[in-house]
Design a protein around this ligand. Structure first.
Ligand SMILES: [Zn+2]
Length: 117
C-alpha cells in the first residue's frame, strides 16, 4: 500500500533466524531471489575467481542473474571483486566476460558494442 521506500536498504524485518531458503542477491542489479536463475561465481583458495556451474565449489561466492546486463554492470563496476573481497586478475575478468557473452541478453534487443579496446 503506502510503499514509497525508494532507496531504503532494508524492507525486511530482522526477526531472528532465517528460516528458509537463503536469498541470493545479484551483484549486478541487486535483485534477490532464491537462487532461481542465478549463476554463482566463486573465489577459490588461490584467489582466482571463476564461474561455479555446480554452485557447490568451496570458497566465497557471489551471485548474478543469468543475463548479460547484470554481468556487464558487475564486471564494469568491479562488483564481483568487491563482493568477493578480491581484485580480479585480467585473466579472470576476461573469462567471466566470455561466460557472460554466452548468456541470454533479454534486457536489450540491440546490444550496444562496448567501446574500447
Ligand atoms: Zn541481476
Amino acid at each position: 500500500m503506502a510503499n514509497n521506500a525508494l532507496a531504503s536498504g532494508s524492507a525486511v524485518k530482522r526477526s531472528g533466524k532465517p528460516r528458509h531458503v537463503p536469498q541470493r542477491t545479484c551483484v549486478g542489479c541487486h535483485s534477490t531471489s532464491a537462487k532461481r536463475g542465478f549463476v554463482r561465481v566463486v573465489r577459490g583458495a588461490d584467489g582466482r575467481v571463476s564461474v561455479d556451474p555446480t554452485g557447490k565449489a568451496n570458497g566465497r561466492g557471489a551471485y548474478l542473474c543469468a543475463t548479460q546486463a547484470c554481468w556487464d554492470v558487475a564486471l564494469k563496476r568491479g562488483r564481483i571483486g568487491q563482493s568477493l573481497h578480491v581484485t580480479l586478475t585480467e585473466e579472470d575478468r576476461l573469462s567471466l566476460a566470455a561466460y557472460a557473452a554466452r548468456l541470454a541478453n533479454d534486457d536489450e534487443e540491440a546490444a550496444g558494442t562496448p567501446d574500447g579496446r
